[in-house]
Design a protein around this ligand. Structure first.
Ligand code: GDP
Ligand code: ZN
Length: 458
């Protein structure tokens, strides 16, 4: 075990009036003491904040005034001694403080190393560690709530329960193997096995079903607004953005600067795809035609297809419907304030099962209904069920699917009267796969890979 004392700036770079340099490890307190002039940090009680001056011991120069928090193991995030040096002031000063502790015995932490230590020291499990990462990246309150619950160990508890039930199942199998001469034991065991496995199977399935919603809450519903020029796409976008707080984030590292725009609709984040296409170049369809719309549609979870009530239904409209077929589509018939030219029967026929919402965005009509439809389409009203445990992590979803498949095989074996020790292999394998979610049975390389995705200082 690596017991070197690590240090990093643990507040977001360039933000806030206070920055924190965090130290973790056996030497945390003594390194801090070397550079701190005030109370003796070795003597202060744990979890106290102490005012003092930071002095460079080599030059005796004053670096900063600061508040230093001492937290002694094991009641800390890493279960090691932690010292947090609060510096006010900008990047220059916080970097100087970091340098100071680095030259006095600490090593710069790798990204995610604090959280990794918390995991390795048994303070949190893997799914909780991943939640820390999600929390850092959360773009909406809802996403943050999922991450917080996961961090709180909610998913972990559920997984532990399922694993426990599988263990009991395996124990029954053991009894059977040990006393094969009792016929009735075998029969009873088999029945019980199937029942128990079915119970676990159902719960795994339920969890997988939350994944779509979990992903949406985490990443937003990728939404494409399509329609012929001038039907009101930009107006719709603005209306959604205006009523709901729009969050604009730049995605660095992409070829052109793609701007992702989020709007919250009834607590559901919509990630508007290719808003630049709608906003600036004035119309995807006009400029690049239906082909481009198809590209945009590829990444979309939801399509808002806008039509003009004051205009005839055209061949181009029909082709847009065609391009969006098989997707979640809401049809918006806009400009209902104009004299009707649109053949609504034809729209209904073409829309098939998709809902049709009439709006006059100009007069701010129909937008509420549109928002309800969006919410219903993805959450059937149960979004506010606070007790729901959502699975939102792709790795977890994959493992749950693997577990489901393996358990299915075990159950088929039981029903087909397969030798019980064969069944046992599949049940045990399911138990192992579930263990990978919480990190009980993962290899070291995976752990390294997961933690390397963290931000520095976490
Ligand atoms: P886009 O080309 O599809 O993005 O359409 P725009 O949002 O740019 O709107 C085109 C024009 O239609 C603008 O002048 C809007 O003000 C107008 N418009 C948008 N919604 C309505 C509506 O509900 N009724 C009427 N009468 N005009 C609208
Ligand atoms: Zn437009």
């Amino acid at each position: 075990m690596d017991t070197e004392t690590i240090a990093a700036i643990s507040t977001p770079v360039g933000e806030g009036a206070i920055s924190i340099v965090r130290l973790s490890g056996d030497e945390a307190v003594s390194i801090a003491s070397k550079v701190f002039q005030g109370k003796d940090l070795h003597e202060v009680s744990s979890h106290t904040i102490n005012y003092g001056k930071l002095i460079d011991p080599e030059t005796n120069e004053l670096v900063e005034e600061s508040m230093v928090t001492v937290m002694r193991a094991p009641k800390t995030f890493t279960r090691e001694d932690i010292v947090e040096i609060n510096c006010h002031g900008g990047m220059v000063s916080v970097n100087r403080v970091l340098e100071l502790v680095l030259t006095n015995g600490a090593r710069l932490a790798e990204p995610g190393e604090f959280t990794k230590r918390a995991f390795l020291n048994g303070r949190i499990d893997l799914s909780q560690a991943e939640a820390v990462m999600d929390l850092i990246r959360a773009k909406t309150d809802k996403a943050m709530n999922i991450a917080l619950k996961q961090m709180d160990g909610r998913l972990s508890k559920l997984i532990h329960t399922l694993r426990q039930e599988l263990l009991e199942t395996v124990a029954h199998v053991e009894v059977n193997i040990d006393y094969p001469e009792y016929d009735d034991v075998e029969e009873m065991t088999n029945q019980l096995l199937i029942e128990k496995s079915q119970k676990v199977y159902d719960q795994i399935e339920k969890l997988i079903e939350t994944a779509k919603q979990g992903k949406i809450l985490r990443e937003g519903i990728a939404t494409a607004i399509i329609g012929r020029p001038n039907v009101g796409k930009s107006s719709l976008l603005n209306a959604l953005a205006q009523e709901n707080k729009a969050i604009v984030t730049e995605v660095p590292g992409t070829t052109r600067d793609v701007i992702e725009e989020y709007v919250n609709v009834r607590g559901i984040p919509l990630r508007l795809v290719d808003t630049a296409g709608i906003r600036d170049t004035e119309d995807i369809v006009e400029k690049i035609g239906v082909e481009r719309s198809r590209q945009v549609l590829k990444e979309a979870d939801l399509v808002l297809l806008v039509l003009n009530y004051g205009d005839e239904f055209t061949e181009e409209d029909r082709r847009l419907f065609e391009a969006a077929s098989g997707m979640d589509v809401l049809v918006i018939v806009n400009k209902t304030d104009l004299p009707q030219k649109l053949d609504l029967d034809k729209v209904r026929e073409t829309a098939e099962t998709a809902s049709i919402i009439e709006t006059s965005i100009l007069h701010e009509q129909g937008i509420d209904q549109l928002e309800s439809e969006i919410a219903d389409l993805f959450f059937e009203g149960d979004l506010n069920n606070a007790d729901m445990t959502y699975v939102s992590n792709a790795r977890h979803v994959q493992l749950l699917k693997d577990a489901k498949r393996t358990l299915k095989e075990a159950m088929e074996g039981m029903e087909a009267g397969m030798p019980i020790d064969m069944v046992q292999i599949d049940v045990t394998r399911t138990w192992e796969i579930l263990g990978e979610i919480v990190g009980d049975t993962v290899q070291e390389s995976l752990i390294d890979q997961l933690f390397s995705q963290f931000c520095l200082g976490k």
